[in-house]
Design a protein around this ligand. Structure first.
Ligand code: B12
Length: 241
């Protein structure tokens, strides 16, 4: 039996066997992810939004769209580093990612849990204003049942301490994308120690340049590569996993 599946404009899948359909759907998702990456790295803002809508409407996992954008961001970051693109492109890339996140959020929000399982303070450390990654982490913590206090960007060490006393979180998450963020992270961990809060609060760090070596340098308890890792760490620390 010959099956002809017209998925949407521009893509017609013909299959000799019904069993092939899941495979074809997976291929279609892969194609759309690649299209999103291409549109993103070409800075075609309207196409980025259109393809994101198509992916979400066709039932693709919303996190797939974010992952495609993350890959595109890596390419743009590398171009910036190599001098092949400049600050305006970086700003546009940030803006496109924010718009994609705004589209993805309501789809994930359907899974929001009502019972709160713990408290987390999140902030981008002093000297650093990158907040897209932080906001994704906050969103994922929120939908996974955490009460999150967002201190924003360029957060001074003293503000973390003040907020920790007031909010009494089990976890503090420090975000930073610049190499310059390492020292404020270390200073924040030390200040928590001086304030007598270090034993009762776990510290996780994350952001573009962060790895385990940075974790050792800063004295944090763990580093997380992405928002999923942040949720896993926080859950472990509040005894939920
Ligand atoms: C977008 C962007 C910007 C935007 C930021 C917009 C915004 N509102 O955030 C703008 C244009 C403002 C910007 C400015 C600058 N930027 Co910039 N930027 C980027 C870029 C391209 C993407 C960063 C991003 O948002 N990625 C998307 C997120 C979603 O990706 P992600 O890392 O996978 O996110 C996950 C993890 O990071 C993790 N995570 C994040 N936080 C946390 C926290 C915890 C606790 C945990 C567990 C996990 C976690 O979870 C996230 C979600 O899954 C990067 C390049 C890159 N490849 O990273 C450069 C980059 C970070 N910028 C860079 C630079 C140099 C700058 C500027 C100094 C440029 C300039 N000359 O002015 C300024 C700095 C201003 C300042 N004081 O902070 C450099 C940093 C180099 C370095 N070694 O320090 C990079 C690496 C580019 C490069 N290759 O040179 N930038």
């Amino acid at each position: 039996m010959v099956q002809a599946l017209s998925m949407d404009e521009g893509l017609t899948i013909t299959s000799e066997r019904v069993d092939d359909i899941p495979l074809l759907l997976a291929q279609k998702e892969e194609l759309m992810s690649q299209e999103l990456i291409d549109a993103f790295t070409d800075m075609r803002e309207q196409d980025v939004l259109k393809i994101t809508d198509q992916m979400l409407d066709s039932g693709t996992d919303p996190l797939e769209a974010l992952e495609a954008c993350r890959k595109a961001m890596e390419v743009i970051g590398q171009r910036f580093e190599d001098g092949d693109c400049f600050l305006p492109e970086l700003i546009l890339a940030g803006e496109m990612l924010r718009q994609v996140s705004d589209k993805v959020k309501p789809r994930l929000q359907q899974e929001v849990k009502t019972k709160k399982i713990g408290k987390v303070i999140m902030g981008t450390v002093e000297g650093d204003i990158h907040d897209i990654g932080k906001d994704i982490v906050i969103f994922m913590l929120d939908v996974n049942g955490f009460e999150v206090m967002d201190l924003g960007v360029n957060v001074p060490v003293a503000r973390f301490i003040e907020a920790a006393k007031e909010f009494e979180p089990q976890v503090i998450g420090l975000s930073g994308f610049l190499t310059l963020a390492f020292d404020p992270m270390k200073a924040t961990v030390e200040a928590l120690k001086e304030a007598g809060l270090r034993d009762s609060i776990k510290v996780m760090i994350g952001g573009g340049q962060i790895d385990d070596q940075v974790r050792k340098y800063t004295g944090a308890d763990a580093y997380g590569r992405d928002a999923v890792a942040a949720v896993t760490l926080a859950k472990q620390w509040v005894g939920e996993e």
